[in-house]
Design a protein. Structure first.
Length: 397
């Protein structure tokens, strides 16, 4: 076992951290107020290679692997959650499935403008009537006279209000009216019949726009299908699996930030004639924050390492790791569940250490506390992660 960073890792992390401190941290509050991440930040992150962390070199990516991608996502999240989510929806939720399942023509059309940060992508799965229950979506793609006619509504979609391109999941219906599974469609958002809702007002991550997509008799053809007809559910599950690992990295980044801000505050604020850090109750809160953070770090990094190490050795999602059979889908669910739960607890402690100041927008922990809740909901709720883990275990009983 070796948990040491290589010199290359250290150099990569240091330069990315320097960039985030210089370019992202100073504008995090402005991003929140503006309700969106400036286009220049998409472009600057793209120039640094952040857009292509997991994209093969032939499509302009760096293909650094999951562990390095995790380290970069953790650092970005430490400085601005909204930026992490908004660029993540474009570079990750949209571009990665295109790189993995798209045709050559689709990759040539969609990847360069998104990976350069010029255009924005999103992934539309959730609907007003179905979120956790992805199989229960009701948007349809009816096959009529050689074309698909898409109708339905998507909601809570990250980047929808600003997206140029989208992947949308629909139930496919044959000419005879028979349901033929779910299919992912890859479309421009200015196609006739598509309309985008206004940014929704929300509790946190206010700089990452969230909204609806309306599909009213949108025409699509075979070339607009991502992957194969009827494979949309599997493509979506693959995208969610990656998102869950990334949400582990987001949670860890926020925990790092909470510890940093809490130590700073506890080391300057006095009560009863001494620094609050000298009060044992406060010092113990920081101990609790540290152990939760380090537990997440270990599980997350090891899982990211396993995703890289066993990339081509998985059989139906199972790998043999230290003589144990590991279901990688369940392992990623464990990371997401543990990281988001602990991160919410750590944010709560950070606000508590700040006292009244922690309730004020002027202090960063107030934003972390509002933002972190999404980690327990997006990419599949905590309850769904528990389902995934328990189903995987019960299969092996
Ligand atoms: C800010 C934000 C950004 C988002 N971005 C995107 C995006 O980019 N693309 C996208 O497609 N979606 C996106 N979502 C949607 C998100 O993925 C869903 O909100 C989430 O999957 C939960 O679905 P739901 O809201 O319909 O809740 P529901 O599925 O209705 O769940 C409600 C409650 O019931 C519980 N529940 C449901 N089923 C079960 C079960 N079988 N067992 C136990 N408990 C259960 C849930 O855990 C939850 O507590 C976003 C959401 C938010 C808030």
């Amino acid at each position: 076992m070796n948990f040491e960073y290589t010199d290359e890792d250290k150099e990569f992390m240091q330069s990315f951290r320097n960039f985030c401190k210089k370019e992202i941290e100073p504008v995090a509050d402005e991003i929140e107020e503006a309700g969106r991440v400036p286009a220049e930040i998409f472009k600057k992150l793209a120039d640094l290679g952040y857009s292509g962390l997991l994209i093969p070199a032939e499509y302009g990516g760096l293909d650094l692997g999951y562990l390095r991608a995790t380290l970069a996502q953790e650092i970005l999240s430490e400085f601005c959650g909204s930026t992490f989510f908004s660029v993540g929806a474009s570079f990750g939720l949209f571009a990665l499935p295109v790189a993995e399942f798209g045709t050559e023509a689709q990759k040539r059309k969609y990847l360069p403008p998104v990976l350069s940060g010029e255009k924005v992508g999103c992934l539309g799965v959730t609907e007003p009537g179905a979120g956790s229950d992805v199989a229960g979506i009701t948007s349809t793609a009816r096959f009529v006279e050689g074309k698909y006619i898409l109708s339905g509504q998507k909601t809570y979609i990250t980047n929808a209000p600003i997206a140029d391109f989208m992947i949308v999941l629909c139930k496919t219906i044959s000419e005879e009216g028979k349901a033929t599974g779910q299919t992912s469609f890859l479309l421009e958002t200015d196609r006739k019949g598509v309309s985008l809702g206004k940014p929704m007002k929300k509790m946190g991550l206010r700089g990452s726009p969230t909204g609806e997509i309306f599909l009213e008799n949108v025409e699509a053809n075979e070339e607009d299908i991502l992957g194969r007809k009827g494979r949309g559910f599997l493509i979506t599950m693959e995208a969610f699996n990656r998102e869950r690992l990334a949400l582990g990295a987001y949670s860890l980044g926020v925990m790092n930030a909470c510890i940093r801000e809490s130590k700073k505050f506890a080391g300057t604020r006095k009560a009863f004639g001494k620094l609050i850090s000298k009060h044992q109750a406060v010092a113990h809160m920081i101990s609790d924050m540290i152990i939760k953070t380090e537990a997440v770090r270990l599980l997350l990094y090891e899982t990211a390492w396993m995703m890289d190490h066993y990339k081509d050795k998985q059989k139906k999602g199972m790998v043999l790791h230290n003589d144990l059979e590991v279901d990688m889908g369940a392992r990623v669910a464990e990371v997401k569940l543990m990281a988001s739960t602990y991160a919410r607890e750590v944010c709560n402690l950070a606000v508590q250490i700040h006292g009244g100041a922690g309730y004020m927008d002027e202090y960063k922990v107030s934003r972390y506390y509002r933002d972190i809740k999404l980690a327990e909901i997006g990419g599949g709720t905590s309850e769904i992660q528990k389902q995934i883990i328990s189903h995987s275990e019960s299969r092996r009983l």
